[in-house]
Structures are given as C-alpha cells and as structure tokens.
Design a protein around this ligand. Structure first.
Ligand SMILES: [Zn+2]
Length: 278
C-alpha cells in the first residue's frame, strides 16, 4: 500500500493539488505557499494519513498546517498521525471541532474495513485528535507565504460544521459536493444545504475548479445540477410528509438517491423542518 498514493497527485491550480485516498475516495488537498503548506483532510486513520503524509513530503518539505473540512471520520481520523509529525495547527469549523472532540470516537466503526487499528482504537496514532484552531461564521485568511487561502463556512449543509477552502481559482468544497457518488444525508441539513450550494454557485466566477470531498474535479455547472436535484428531492419529501393519507416512505423509490440515503434525506427533511432548524 505504501507509495501507492504518491504518484497520484492531481494539480488543481497553481499551488493547489489533490490526492484521492484509497479507502473512501476522499480528496485530500495540498496548497503550497512559500513558507508553509496546508493539508486539507487527514484520511480515515493512521494508515491513510501515513500515505498522505509521505505523498505531501514528495511535493514539499515546508511546515504544515492541517484543515478538516468536517467532522466525518474519513476526513479527520488521520489527525493523530499528523500531530505526531509535528503539525500543531489543525483548523476546522467550530461546530466540527466540537463534534470531533465530543463524538469523534463514536464513528470508529466507519473504518472497520479500511483501518482496523483505528476502528479498534489500538496501536499508534489511533487517538481522536480534535482541531486546535476554529473558524466561525467569519472567514479566516491563512497566509502561507506568497499566497493565502480562505477558510469559510456557508451555513449548515452536509453537517453543521462544513468548512470550504479557497486557493486562487480552486475551491475545496468538502462533502458539500460529491462526484462519483451521491451526497450523504445522515446528520445533514437539507434545506440549508440547498441555500449553501446557492452561495457556492454565486462564487463561481472566482472558482472555476471545484474539488469535491470525493471524486473527480467538477465545475459550477455540476454544482448547480447537484443543487437542483437536491432541491427537487426535498420538495418530493415535503409533499410526501405533508400528505396524511399516504405513508411518506413510499416516496423513497422515486428519489434520485440510493434507498439508504433517500431514507436519511426524508428523515432529515422531517426532523430539520421549521424555525428550529440549524
Ligand atoms: Zn462527510
């Protein structure tokens, strides 16, 4: 396995690269400044993190900062490995940082097949390491020397703590956008997600290259299509939930997602409805 990832960096922009990790096809990112470099997401445990770190060191020997796009284990379970390499600053949205600190360990089963040591919490670098630096509703500019990156939040969407990273013309979108697989709705906020994608699309002129959380690079037309599909699916869920004469679950086969994600979407539309939604 080691070395497998090292040749696979894809150039997304002048200073921005992405590497597809094996386990969940997560796109880890790398932005290289003149004085430091930023790694975006750390992988599904120490195994992937070690491969990612080795790949990073092929492109740069600069000091690193790490950014977690959100609080799903395939994106942050490698934090302990990076900390052990001397990485001190680990950035995330404040909501994601809280979730990782308080509930991160509950996700270990996610990586049973990908990193059994991480799943079992046994062995080096398998502890849950929470972010040390947080972003709230105001964007944060990180100066990497010769260039900066912008860390920002567009409201609740895939989770309540999604962070996006802009580097020149490139936008790392985390799991707000997915290519090669449909979006994941467990724990999501469907209606605000549509609004967040609308804000993302509004940035389109500045960021022609979008690196999704998983899959191939996309453009704003792809994001717009994903937004429109989600908006239509939410409307179908709403109609199904508001009709007292039928079982709302009957809408599931009509939704454009697999049965599990369709069920998540239906329940999240129901459970996040109204003024209390985050
Ligand atoms: Zn996710």
């Amino acid at each position: 396995m080691s070395g497998k990832a090292t040749a696979a960096w894809r150039r997304a922009g002048a200073r921005a690269h992405a590497l597809r990790l094996d386990g969940f096809a997560v796109n880890a990112g790398l932005v290289i400044g003149d004085e430091q470099a930023a790694v975006i997401d750390s992988g599904a445990g120490p195994t992937e993190a070690a491969e990612l770190y080795a790949a990073v060191r092929i492109l740069t020997d600069l000091p690193l900062v790490l950014i977690n796009t959100h609080a799903h284990g395939d994106h942050f379970f490698g934090n302990a490995y990076f900390r052990a390499q001397g990485v001190v600053d680990i950035w995330a949205h404040a909501g994601a940082a809280t979730t990782i600190a308080s509930h991160g360990a509950e996700q270990r089963d996610l990586v049973l097949d990908v990193d059994p040591a991480m799943a079992a919490a046994k062995g080096p670098h398998t502890d849950i390491v929470a972010p040390t630096r947080t972003v709230g509703n105001e964007p944060v500019e990180l100066d990497l020397g010769g260039c900066s990156i912008r860390l920002f939040h567009l409201g609740p969407a895939h989770t309540d703590g999604d962070l996006l990273i802009a580097s020149g013309q490139v936008l790392f979108a985390g799991d707000l956008v997915e290519e090669g697989a449909k979006p994941q709705f467990g724990g999501s906020f469907p209606r605000p997600w549509v609004a967040a994608l609308g804000r993302l699309i509004a940035l389109g002129g500045s960021h022609p290259v979008v690196v999704p959380g998983h899959g191939e690079f996309v453009d704003m037309d792809f994001v717009r299509a994903q937004r429109d599909e989600l908006r239509a699916a939410i409307e179908m869920c709403r109609v199904a939930l508001e009709d007292p004469s039928t079982d709302p679950y009957r809408v599931i086969p009509s939704l454009p997602y697999d049965p599990i994600q369709s069920r998540h979407l239906l329940l999240r539309v129901r459970d996040t409805a109204g003024p209390q939604q985050k």
